[in-house]
Design a binder for this molecule. Structure first.
Ligand code: FPP
Length: 298
């Protein structure tokens, strides 16, 4: 039987696309058969997968190339990852493109990454949109981020707004602590204006002030390159995520790497602080790890 999901305001519905790849237009039963063939349990697909795309620099250095070539190769891996997510019916994919700490890199690399991010959006927008991908961004919009990139981000959000096969959240100038500080600032401003009673702030309320409160918490966080760190990525949202650390460098990431991580996730028991495996996470209001509505099938 097909997996049932509770309806949420932002829950994407599968959309038929005119020119997407063959697997975008699969019927629910075809999708089920496809997942089984990949040795993936169609009843326990992570709804939201988040990825730290790490290892571009090392990939390039191993080949005697400038680090920037690793980032270029990473663009193809990103498209692979999106295709894999669409193929197995992941609803939300978040990728860490540039962190609040990445400003510490040499100026030439920072400049390259800013221009590269703009270029990726320019080059891939139509193709991703045809596949039914809606693109949103998480991170601080501040003066250091070039206006040309911010404009391209806004254009991309608008262009892909009605797509509903997958939400691709791109973290640009993103830091988990910065996100929490930004939420605290908004809450404090409302409290100071007398619009909010501080005594009524709980986890559920707080999470509504994060960058994208409508996006469910990640079920699975993947980091490539063999590093075993969180690096300030989705630190509020990943409180109860399953983590999979892979030795593969990001440019070598393929759809099969994603499926491997999903299989690993499906072998885990999620208990959300309790003692028994849980299929529907408790809501934040009762101290659990999910944002908003409970989710079935995991
Ligand atoms: C980490 O590798 C990767 C990055 C800092 C950038 C990744 C960005 C992309 C693949 C493109 C994303 C752009 C958009 C708009 C989605 P690293 O440089 O830290 O590698 P290292 O750890 O081996 O040095």
């Amino acid at each position: 039987m097909a997996r049932r999901r509770p309806e949420t305001v932002s829950s994407p519905r599968r959309k038929k696309t005119a020119s997407g790849p063959w697997w975008v237009d699969l019927s629910p039963s075809e999708r089920l058969a496809r997942a089984r063939k990949l040795r993936i349990d169609p009843e326990r697909i992570p709804r939201h997968v988040a990825v730290v795309m790490d290892g571009n620099g090392r990939w390039a250095e191993q080949r005697g190339l400038p680090r920037t070539e690793g980032h270029r190769a990473g663009e193809i891996a990103l498209v692979e990852c999106v295709d894999g997510a669409l193929e197995v019916g992941i609803e939300y994919l978040t990728v860490f493109a540039f962190s609040t700490e990445n400003w510490k890199r040499p100026k030439e690399e920072v400049d390259f990454l800013m221009d590269f991010a703009r270029g990726v959006l320019e080059r891939r927008r139509d193709e991703l949109s045809e596949k039914g991908v809606r693109i949103v961004f998480a991170g601080r919009r501040e003066r250091r981020v070039p206006r040309t990139l911010l404009a391209k981000m806004d254009e991309t959000i608008e262009f892909t707004r009605t797509n509903s096969n997958l939400v691709l959240q791109i973290a640009v100038n993103y830091g988990g602590r910065a996100e929490i500080v930004d939420a605290a600032r908004k809450l404090a401003a409302e409290a100071a204006a007398g619009k909010l009673d501080p005594a009524r702030i709980d986890e559920r309320k707080f999470s509504r002030y994060l960058y994208h409160p409508e996006i469910p918490d990640p079920d699975l966080v993947i980091r490539t390159s063999g590093e075993i760190r969180v690096s300030n990525f989705l630190i509020w949202e990943s409180a109860y995520s399953e983590f999979v650390f892979l030795p593969v460098l990001w440019p070598d990431f393929t759809k099969e790497t994603l499926f491997e991580a999903v299989r690993e996730y499906q072998g885990r028991q999620r208990r959300f602080g309790g003692v028994a495996p849980v299929s529907t996470p408790p809501s934040r209001a009762s101290g659990g790890g999910s944002r908003g509505e409970g989710r079935a099938g995991r």
